[in-house]
Design a protein around this ligand. Structure first.
Ligand code: GDP
Length: 478
């Protein structure tokens, strides 16, 4: 806990250097005002332009949010089935879909899209979005009202839905010269999306979408890297994020405040197990192989990574006691996994043997839920608490392909060591690689040149959008 700042700084820190708006009720969302106590001062400051954009967005949200005149007018149009031309506010609705890590990344992507297109973001609360997060915008809720007319269709929206943007393009029901556009379009941006859906990432199609008052989006991907490749967004993005790799870091800290009960899970755990450590090391284990584990090749891999990269000391298996160092450190490992086997292995190793440095290593794991249970409230609260706790560590090791790990690294502002994906049940060599940036990876990007209308390697167009360390076809901002 960092409590040595001066009072004036304290106030500024509290609002994360102006990132957060003042004027919320503190008790309703303790994490908003207490998070700075658990984090090191952030080295990545938001640009003044981002701050002004956020304040403008908050005004827009106040003016157009749920149950305002503009919102009611949009709902009327939706019920009537066709757009009646100009509307003063436009909207993007984010549909709750997929695992929690995925949802956090896609919601940040949808918010950035809303900022870039001056739309109001409204959030489908799904099973438990309102249980997990505080409201991020002052005065007006970010949740789509419960009586929104077409919520019951969200589940069924797919790439062949009649309202689907890509499907309508494919059937030539809409094109760049269409005058009368529908009152809403569904954007299918899930990993199984088709070529026509991917035209979302082309300037020409952004032109069409700009005329539609309501867009409804379903995605399981962090699509921000491809927004950087749309020429009409390029300039604005470079003004918003002069330091490009801070997109999710800053938007994440702005948007995602754990609700009070999740904050309780986080702070109690932190105080009990992490606060006294000299060094905190997060290890996030997510295995996509079939079978329950724990797998020896994964244990070997984590060990090889943490020792090669000097994140953790080696143990002396010959000696039962090692003369303590002058100033022995307490290193605490926070492990997260669905399974307790990895944690037991590491905890026992550091209990049964002394470290060669004389440092002491404690190993903790908050839960072992065994399998993904996205429908359960406490399960998701724990998952969110664990992502957040990982983000409070000093050094982080993550698993390839996992959005759970991406959320932790982004919120923490950490460049993790990524455990490479094992092939054929063998530990990869090297066991891990340091990430190029703290940004998440877009797992299913388009490979299309909108102008030339042909395939292209979108990871080789600009220096700041590259292929990911953990997925060769993915894209990330660096
Ligand atoms: P991804 O599948 O790794 O990209 O991450 P997601 O968060 O989208 O989906 C995985 C889900 O599995 C999480 O949301 C949790 O419900 C569960 N899960 C996976 N790993 C862990 C873990 O280490 N701890 C907890 N509590 N839940 C986990």
């Amino acid at each position: 806990v960092n409590d040595n700042s001066k009072p004036a700084d304290l106030h500024k820190d509290k609002l994360l250097g102006g990132l957060l708006a003042a004027g919320f009720d503190e008790d309703s969302c303790l994490s908003r005002y207490q998070s700075f106590l658990y984090r090191k001062t952030a080295p990545h400051k938001p640009s003044p332009y981002l701050l002004s954009k956020l304040r403008n967005y908050e005004d827009l949200h106040r003016r157009c949010g749920p149950h305002t005149q503009s919102y009611n007018k949009m709902v009327e149009q939706l019920k009537s089935g066709h757009s009646t031309g100009s509307t003063d506010c436009q909207y993007v609705v984010w549909i709750s879909f997929s695992g929690l890590g995925n949802r956090i990344l896609t919601l940040a992507s949808a918010f950035l899209y809303a900022l870039l297109t001056n739309r109001v973001l409204l959030v489908d609360r799904g099973k438990d979005m309102d249980d997990l997060f505080c409201e991020p915008f002052p005065e007006k809720s970010w949740f789509l009202p419960l009586d929104f007319p077409i919520t019951d269709q969200f589940n069924d929206f797919n790439h062949d839905s009649p309202q689907c943007h890509g499907n309508m393009l494919k059937k030539n029901i809409i094109n760049t010269s269409t005058e009368s556009l529908p009152s809403y379009l569904y954007l299918h941006l899930i990993h199984d999306y088709q070529d026509h859906d991917k035209l979302f990432f082309c300037d020409g199609d952004q032109g069409i979408l700009g005329k539609v008052p309501l867009l409804i989006m379903k995605t399981d991907n962090y699509f921000v890297p491809s927004l950087f490749l749309i020429p009409s967004f390029e300039h604005e993005l470079s003004k918003l994020f002069p330091e490009k790799e801070t997109v999710f870091h800053l938007l994440g800290r702005y948007l995602f405040h754990p609700s009070n009960h999740v904050w309780g899970l986080i702070t109690r755990y932190y105080q009990a197990y992490l606060a006294k450590a000299d060094e905190r090391i997060g290890i996030q284990i997510r295995i996509f192989d079939t079978g329950t584990g724990p797998f020896q090749y994964v244990i070997d891999q984590i060990l090889a990574c943490t020792q090669k990269e000097k994140l953790l000391p080696e143990v002396d298996t010959q000696e039962s006691v090692v003369t303590p160092a002058d100033n022995p450190k307490l290193k605490v490992v926070l492990m997260t996994s669905l399974n307790s086997g990895y944690y037991e292995n590491f905890r026992n190793m550091y209990w049964e043997h002394p470290t060669v440095t004389g440092d002491v290593v404690g190993v903790y794991q908050p839960s072992h839920e065994e399998f993904q249970q996205t429908e359960k409230k406490l399960h998701n609260r724990k998952a969110w608490a664990e992502m957040y706790l990982l983000s409070l560590t000093d050094m982080l090791v993550t698993s390839s392909w996992s959005t759970f790990g991406y959320v932790a690294q982004g919120l923490g502002g950490l460049k993790p060591w990524i455990l490479m994906k094992p092939e054929n049940q063998t530990s990869p060599d090297p066991p891990c690689r340091r990430a190029m940036s703290m940004e998440p990876c877009f797992h299913a990007p388009p490979f299309y040149d909108c102008k030339a209308k042909k395939g292209i390697d979108t990871g080789a167009l600009v220096p700041h959008v590259r292929h990911c360390e953990d997925m060769s076809w993915g894209l990330k901002v660096v």
